[in-house]
Design a binder for this molecule. Structure first.
Ligand SMILES: [Cu+2]
Length: 511
């Protein structure tokens, strides 16, 4: 039996069977007490829990029966972020959750082959929150189990949608699953870590679109300053839309793997066997009927083996980013394809620091600015890498990455655009060619508080700025001593969020 996960916007109606039965399954899970492993809130706590925040949001009360210490230690606070386990851990989480819902659906007389729909916000006219999640009412009467009031959207006005200009699928063209935390590409799937409930450097697909979508949907309650459920990893699993967002991220993993020549999952035993093989916590989830399921990342590598698929695994339209780049730099299509392939097959090179700003900066209000001073000798290597690309003998110039290091703060619901070299006094919004990328601080609060795994080091976000550097090169403006960086939040950042960026650095990585 292969279960089929379908596009939520292409079902037969707002309340077509897969979504109506999802709502009924969610309601069944919500009716279970907190200490039952297949309860809705138990499942949310597997992703993450902050008891204070849950209480403030009305999801925890002193009257709740607490699970045993053993259950808490085995199951709760397990989600993997900032790690090459991000994708496989969440795949298992979706599989187990889907089994729990399917079991509830079957017991209510619903379809035995029920599968979780996904939300592909990249599709034209499908970036609005699906209607079944937006209404307080539903066909069965009473409160809609899919509705939560704590979703504030990108403008904090409860219009919940994903602005498509802020998200992209660039990660799909990264040929390496595993990246490095040395300032270069963090890879498609993330960096090599142990068990990582909140790692420091987010991987490519995790940063974009995963983190952005979380924060854009969740937003902040402007009256209380509390995050929307989706904005914080400690509350995200409580929102029924979480599962449709993650099904889409999971689908994108499979879309990436559809290019089997250069896009392969890690073969390193530490990835394949997971953290339990080296004595750390196992990936283990409650299944229906009191069963507990332990899984490894290697077991998540094949959709055929886990028994489900998606109704659409097509790659996004247009040439892969790496080929489009080479063409823009004057390489013809067939040479670009050949070069992109040989580059993808080669092991990735270590990154080299090109420059950094000289002090930490705070991000409050509507903008923060800083300058990155470039090292002249390293810069010469970048310029030379462009010079080596000729039509007759093409080679791939360096890729350039901007790192926002040790980002700390108390609010995850902050997203901002990063611009490079916008002329002084001009509105960055009028210079889209200088937009390096968009970043959302999903997980920053946890990573800032000293009692957590990384003892307050904050998060590091890696933004590829190759396309902006190419633009400067083509305009003959690459040979400069400094890059000017402007961070422009989507909404003014309150002082109370205490967002700071320890260092902004720029790295080169040769092909
Ligand atoms: Cu997530």
């Amino acid at each position: 039996m292969t279960y089929m996960r379908k596009n939520v916007w292409q079902l037969a109606g707002d309340w077509a069977d897969p979504i109506l039965w999802y709502a009924r399954g969610v309601k069944a899970m919500q009716s279970r007490a907190l200490n039952e492993p297949t309860a809705w809130r138990f499942y949310g706590a597997i992703h993450g829990i902050d008891p204070n925040l849950w209480q403030q949001l009305g999801y925890l009360s002193p009257a709740d029966p607490t699970p045993s210490d053993a259950d808490v230690a085995t199951y709760w606070s397990q989600c993997q972020h900032g790690s090459w386990y991000f994708l496989p851990w969440h795949r298992g989480y979706l599989i187990a959750f889907e089994a729990v819902i399917r079991d509830a659906v079957a017991k209510l007389g619903g379809p035995a082959d029920w599968a979780l729909p996904y939300w592909n916000y990249f599709e034209p006219n499908q970036n609005q929150l699906p209607p079944a999640f937006a209404s307080p009412d539903w066909p069965d009467g009473g409160n809609n189990p899919l509705y939560v009031p704590q979703r504030y959207g990108p403008n904090n006005d409860a219009n919940v949608l994903v602005p498509t200009n802020l998200i992209n699928l660039d990660a799909l063209t990264d040929s390496d699953f595993t990246g490095s935390a040395d300032g270069g590409s963090p890879g498609f799937g993330g960096v090599d870590t142990g068990f990582s409930h909140g790692g420091q450097v987010h991987g490519g697909l995790e940063t974009q679109p995963h983190d952005l979508v979380h924060v854009l949907l969740g937003g902040t309650d402007i009256e209380t300053g509390l995050p929307g459920l989706m904005s914080d990893p400690d509350t995200a699993g409580l929102d029924p839309i979480f599962w449709l967002h993650h099904a889409n991220i999971d689908r994108l993993w499979e879309v990436w793997r559809e290019n089997p020549i250069t896009h392969v999952d890690p073969s390193d035993p530490n990835w394949v066997n997971g953290p339990a093989a080296v004595g750390d916590r196992a990936f283990v989830l409650p299944m229906p009927g009191g069963v507990s399921w332990t899984y490894t990342p290697g077991q998540m590598s094949s959709l055929a083996e886990v028994g489900y698929t998606y109704d659409d695994l097509s790659a996004p339209p247009g040439p892969p980013r790496v080929i489009a780049r080479l063409q823009r730099l004057g390489v013809n299509l067939s040479a670009a394809e050949k070069l992109a392939r040989s580059t993808a097959m080669a092991p990735s090179k270590p990154a080299e620091l090109l420059g950094a700003n000289d002090q930490s900066i705070n991000l409050t209000g509507t903008e923060a600015k800083t300058s990155v001073t470039l090292d002249a000798s390293v810069q010469r290597k970048v310029v030379n890498s462009f010079g080596a690309t000729t039509a007759a003998a093409p080679s791939a110039p360096d890729r350039i990455f901007l790192n926002l290091e040790n980002v700390r703060g108390l609010s995850d619901a902050v997203a901002f655009n990063v611009y490079i070299n916008v002329p002084n006094g001009e509105d960055p919004a009028k210079h889209p060619d200088r937009l390096a990328g968009s970043v959302a601080l999903f997980g920053v609060r946890k990573a800032t508080l000293a009692h957590t795994q990384h003892a307050g080091n904050g998060l590091t976000f890696v933004v590829e700025i190759t396309h902006v550097i190419d633009t400067l090169h083509l305009a003959g403006a690459l040979n400069v001593s400094q890059l000017h960086v402007r961070l422009v939040p989507l909404k003014p950042v309150p002082q109370a969020a205490q967002i700071s960026i320890g260092r902004i650095s720029v790295f080169r990585q040769s092909a």
